[in-house]
Design a binder for this molecule. Structure first.
Ligand code: IYR
Length: 388
């Protein structure tokens, strides 16, 4: 079909693009559930040797192949390896390079320092353990049927996008992978018998996580750190967490405690309260072992957190209160938007270990307060099932 939407070419062929428009509520639900799925993705470095059917890997590659690319040249090749002998040769070659990186100083100290918390080393047993290795090659240029070279555009960008799509496809089907870049990785071109126009970009071990797999405790940057509104200030269609005419409580008094909006004035007391209660808080509903917090932090870092909470409060993006008994900080309660479409607020609270008996008192009292004095219709008090 030719189209008058494209008056600037007489060479393209055009077909209708027809995707259904969804109601906004459904868009929001799908957006949130995709976010929740992707938020669970982690790179792993210990793989089960359990086999994975090849068709699953093929579908992930097919999915990666849907990625946009410069001039639609699709400058990527995915090489699939499951044969133990080839995996072994890859491992040996990769470890040879990595040994030089880690032990012979090819990777400078500041770089090693930067990755120390990931727990990597020159040893790469996963290259043999994972049932599949997928090596993504970038085609630096194309080769036409007559053998002549064809320039490729935006190769790295295109291959990076395809890698992201591949990773998402693998994660969505319940498998795990790692973006591994043994450095330098030129040995793969030869070992896998690839033509001169291809350069290895990323190596993906793919499989199930080994039993007992752990991953480094890492934090993802909060939205506020990766998103900038331009021009600054509220723009677009802003959905307020609480209605503009809602008067946010500046205090609350419960049995044996009261609340104050958390701010830097609480820093020393708050820091002392939670630093002395790390194990206790980790066993408090809503603060499981997979959470980033609490783990030891100095006073300055804590102050930055409190300033962040005070700013959220000010902007009506989230409400954190210090729980006090007299002037003593005995805990904290967080009221933030829920990422779960079934709930309009996510609430969690902790009390210090020495006041553990207050945990339930606080929960019950704040549940009633949330119900009676806040505009939420379906708040979720994290990890608690009792109706209070
Ligand atoms: N290529 C090495 C080192 C390494 C580099 C970075 I940047 C990482 O995020 C992780 C590891 C290796 O694979 O061990």
């Amino acid at each position: 079909m030719v189209s008058d939407q494209y008056p600037h070419t007489d060479r393209g062929e055009f077909v209708p693009y027809d995707r259904p428009r969804l109601p906004e509520a459904q868009m929001r639900e799908r957006a949130a559930s995709f976010y929740d799925l992707m938020a669970k993705r982690r790179s792993i470095r210990t793989f089960s040797t359990d086999p994975v059917p090849k068709d699953l890997i093929e579908t992930a590659v097919r999915t990666a192949g849907t990625s946009p690319s410069g001039a639609h040249q699709q400058p990527w090749t995915f090489v699939l390896i499951s044969d133990p002998e080839t995996k072994r040769r890859i491992r040996i070659a990769a470890e040879e390079e990595e040994r030089v990186n880690y032990l012979d100083g090819r990777m400078p100290e500041d770089w090693q320092e930067e990755i120390a918390r990931l727990g990597t080393s020159w040893q790469k047993p996963y290259l043999e353990e994972a049932p599949w290795i997928v090596v993504l090659f970038e085609q630096r240029y194309g080769i036409d049927p007559d053998g002549s070279r064809r320039k490729h555009y935006y190769v790295k960008e295109s291959v990076g996008i395809a890698a992201g799509t591949f990773i998402a496809a693998i994660h969505q089907m319940g498998l795990a992978t790692l973006t591994h870049t043994p450095s330098p990785m030129a040995f793969l071109t030869k070992l896998l018998d690839r033509p001169q126009n291809e350069r290895p970009a990323i190596l993906f071990p793919v499989g199930y996580p080994a039993d007992g797999t752990v991953v480094p405790r890492l934090e993802r940057k909060p939205l506020a750190e990766i998103l900038v509104d331009y021009p600054s200030g509220p723009g677009g269609v802003h959905r307020p967490f609480v209605p503009d005419d809602f008067a946010v409580p500046e205090s609350f008094a419960g049995p044996g405690f009261h609340l104050e909006p958390l701010g830097p004035q609480h820093n020393e007391r708050d820091h002392e309260a939670w630093m002395s209660s790390i194990d206790h808080i980790r066993s408090t509903p809503g603060f499981g072992p997979s959470n980033d917090w609490p783990s030891p932090m100095d006073l300055d870092a804590n102050r930055s957190d409190l300033i962040g909470h005070a700013r959220d409060f000010e902007n009506r993006d989230g409400f954190t209160y210090s729980i006090l008994d007299g002037d003593d900080v005995i805990g904290c309660v967080y009221i933030y938007p829920s990422t779960d479409p079934a709930h309009d607020a996510a609430v969690s609270s902790w009390v210090r270990a020495t006041r553990a008996e207050m945990d339930d008192v606080v929960y019950r009292s704040l549940s009633r307060w949330l119900e009676g004095s806040w505009p939420f219709t379906a708040p979720h008090y994290a990890g608690r099932t009792d109706a209070g």
